[in-house]
Design a protein around this ligand. Structure first.
Ligand code: MN
Length: 741
């Protein structure tokens, strides 16, 4: 919309600067960047050069104000996911929607809220529904700028002297989204119609008050509207604290300084990012594909036939560090979107990228869209990364985002290694799993829904020279915390029988992955509860580094109609953990109908009181050759029950015996012998690479693989000529070769 048209359209004068509409400001800003390669066309950082102290003070006031807004606002929320685990984040944006600074928290939203604001600006919200001082907008639609609809964003435009000077935005993760099935990230959806409450950048308030129609709608749109409304208040309060911070800063420093500052700080951050890439990484191409399994054939009869099939997500991530230090990511060759809820939008991909980069390449406080301008992310249309079907379901995009971006960490780590930044090297990230979720009648006699966010404390992967930390963080939440058991018990009708570090969950290596944990829960004080598992059970979704192994895959172990009431009444032992799938403590200490398989993605399964549910949280990946691990470290792991005794020899070639005090000691001579034998066996098993490739080519040409793999390659080849050509050339296949149907 042009300024003239906006003037003609009604009484309002354009909200942008210098008499421009917001849409014009955005178009101009993009044109200037395309032409000059600098944000806002800024050549000299005059504020920074002329008065660096003042520049840093302005930065600190904004950044501090936003971190403070988050810390204050989160106490308004009642949801343990927000309050205890910090699944919230605030940001300050320019009138065009470029982020200036962000709070701590779930940094996935460096650019998702930018996309949402830009959507409103490009769609001429200024003219209809109008943008005025005191307005409140809500967005949770991945197609207008979000990861999944459980992440709800609230925006408040910031006005000074009748001019729009920016936007405050806040996002929280909701426990229920009003979908067909309970919880915030329900699975088993075929289309968006099942995803629940979706607000695609809606105006829901004026004069700092929420509209009654929105309040009324929200009361019956989700389960437990109490959490929805308190989180809404939490976000709006945070936005208003940010507004106060910005207006006070403008009053102190002057509007022209503020306008100059926000341009300079984004350009400054862009330059910092480029410099960082130049310093830390080596130009070149880093390839690292990733995959994720979607086993839906098991749900035949419950899902439509076209959805009840097994499939694989293919993420052929190609990272290019250009000579001018541009960091480019390309998903060309990705497989098609599917009739499941793990599809991602380009905005979701930005979420995955930024939560990763802020923990690796730029772990500092100067993060904004300047850094975004130093990157390029290609998400090919029609793939799972940019569905051309506008009704695709997206409630659990993270199920694809997390595995897809493990490639980024492996690629960056190889770059760090090549540059000599050994302490930055990380053996990728584990795909966290299991997301324990459920719903139904809760312990308060109300219709409830819950997600247990324990998986924000998975094991970390090994580093160069160090084992990974146990139960400590997650790719998608930099402030990893498993939350207090009591908080989860307050939220859900699930009683914890035990929570323990899980042996063998980290990937073996010279340096092993940190261990995940296992929580054993019993359905309690409800006649019925629908329970989900979300994780990868059929395959390794990520890999180790430099010869290290991936973390253990997860499995499901639930017991229905147990003998626990009787055991409890008779004071008999009951299980508190599983420890080892091959010598299960659950199996040893309870009887009932056992569900034990690799089905970590399944439709909601109905459970009753005293049923048992095991939740395994992943460990990290390993780094380096297992046979090079210090034998004493293996003994230490045995002492702590971090490693199952039977695996000391089979994995690490370490011979150790327990002493009278129960502590393990290494038999150095036997270990040296065993490791020598294991190395010889490796040599005997090995074949020259050329020979191996010939054998593999036969398999590929005949597509001697399971159906989902065949189907995945067919999709990739149909969607990308580049991928098809590269695949055929690598395997020396005819130019018209396609995997058979
Ligand atoms: Mn979320």
């Amino acid at each position: 919309m042009t300024t003239a048209a906006l003037r003609d359209s009604g009484t309002r004068r354009p909200a942008g600067w210098d008499g421009k509409s917001l849409h014009e400001m955005l178009t101009d800003s993009e044109e200037v960047f395309a032409r000059t390669g600098r944000y806002g066309g800024v050549t000299r950082l005059t504020l920074k050069e002329e008065d660096p102290i003042r520049y840093e003070k302005i930065w600190s006031r904004l950044r501090g104000g936003i971190v403070g807004a988050r810390e204050t606002a989160l106490n308004i929320s009642a949801s343990p996911v927000v309050r205890e685990l910090g699944e919230l984040c605030f940001g300050l944006y320019t009138p065009e929607g470029d982020s200036i600074t962000l709070s701590t928290g779930i940094m996935a939203h460096v650019h998702t809220m930018s996309v949402a604001i830009k959507h409103m600006v490009r769609s001429d919200y200024e003219e209809n529904p109008g943008i005025a001082d005191g307005d409140i907008f809500v967005n949770n639609d991945p197609f207008t700028g979000n990861v999944h609809n459980a992440d709800v964003q609230s925006f408040v435009p910031l006005f000074y002297g009748g001019e729009l000077v920016g936007w405050a935005g806040g996002v929280t993760h909701e426990l229920d989204v009003g979908a067909r099935q309970p919880t915030g990230m329900p699975i088993g959806h075929v289309s968006r119609f099942e995803d629940g409450y979706i607000l695609p950048c809606m105006k829901v308030g004026t004069n700092d008050r929420l509209h009654r129609d929105y309040l009324a709608r929200s009361q019956t749109a989700v389960r437990m509207p109490f959490y929805w409304m308190l989180d809404e208040k939490c976000r709006i309060s945070g936005d208003h604290i940010i507004r106060q911070t910005v207006l006070q800063l403008i009053a102190d420093e002057g509007i022209e300084t503020y306008k100059r500052f926000i341009r300079e700080v984004i350009e400054d951050t862009r330059r910092g990012f480029v410099e960082h890439v130049r310093t830390m990484l080596v130009p070149g191409v880093y390839r690292s594909p990733a995959f994720a399994d979607v086993p839906q054939e098991v749900d035949k009869g419950k899902l439509p036939d076209f959805a009840a099939r097994d499939s694989l997500m293919h993420s052929p991530m190609k990272i290019t560090i250009h000579a001018d230090s541009l960091l480019e990511l390309d998903l060309d060759g990705a497989s098609k979107w599917g009739y499941h809820c793990f599809n991602c939008t380009p905005a979701a991909l930005q979420g995955g990228l930024w939560v990763g980069l802020t923990q690796t390449l730029i772990p500092n406080d100067k993060v904004n869209d300047g850094a975004y301008l130093g990157t390029r992310l290609h998400t090919p249309r029609g793939t799972w990364a940019d569905p051309d079907y506008p009704l695709a379901s997206t409630t659990l995009s993270w199920c694809f985002l997390v595995p897809a971006f493990t490639a980024l960490f492996r690629g960056l780590s190889m770059g760090f290694m090549a540059r000599g930044f050994l302490e930055e090297v990380l053996a990728g990230y584990p795909v966290t799993g299991n997301i324990a979720q459920g719903g139904g009648m809760n312990q308060y006699g109300e219709d409830g829904a819950w997600t247990n966010f324990e998986m924000s404390a998975s094991g970390m992967s090994a580093r160069y020279g160090l084992d990974g930390e146990n139960s400590c963080a997650a790719i998608w939440n930099p402030e990893g915390d498993m939350g207090d058991v009591e908080s989860w018990e307050q939220l859900a009708p699930m009683l914890f029988l035990g929570r323990n570090i899980r042996p063998n969950s980290g990937g073996p290596g010279k340096f092993r992955g940190g261990l995940g944990h296992e929580s054993l829960m019993m359905v309690y004080r409800t006649p019925s509860q629908l329970l989900f598992h979300v994780g990868n059970g059929h395959m390794f979704p990520s890999g180790g580094l430099f010869g290290g192994y991936p973390n253990a895959t997860l499995y499901r172990h639930s017991v229905k109609h147990t003998d626990l009431p009787d055991r409890i009444a008779r004071r008999l032992p009951y299980p508190v953990r599983d420890v080892d799938a091959e010598n299960s403590q659950i199996a040893a200490a309870t009887k009932g109908e056992v569900l034990r398989d690799r089905n970590m993605l399944h439709l909601a399964d109905e459970h009753s009181e005293h049923d048992i549910y095991l939740s395994l949280i992943a460990g990290g990946n390993g780094l380096g050759d297992v046979l090079e691990r210090d034998p004493q470290k293996v003994a230490d792991d045995l002492d702590q029950l971090y490693l199952l005794p039977r695996c000391a020899q089979s994995i690490y070639g370490v011979v150790a015996q327990p002493g009278e005090d129960g502590r393990w000691s290494v038999d150095a001579e036997a270990t040296t012998d065993l490791r020598r034998r294991m190395r010889c066996e490796r040599l005997e098993r090995s074949v020259p690479a050329e020979e191996w490739l010939r054998g593999e080519r036969e398999r590929v040409a005949a597509m001697d693989v399971i159906y989902p793999v065949k189907d995945m390659y067919r999709q990739s080849m149909q969607l990308s000529t580049n991928f098809a050509d590269a695949f055929r050339a690598f395997w020396n296949l005819p130019s018209d070769w396609m995997p058979p149907a």
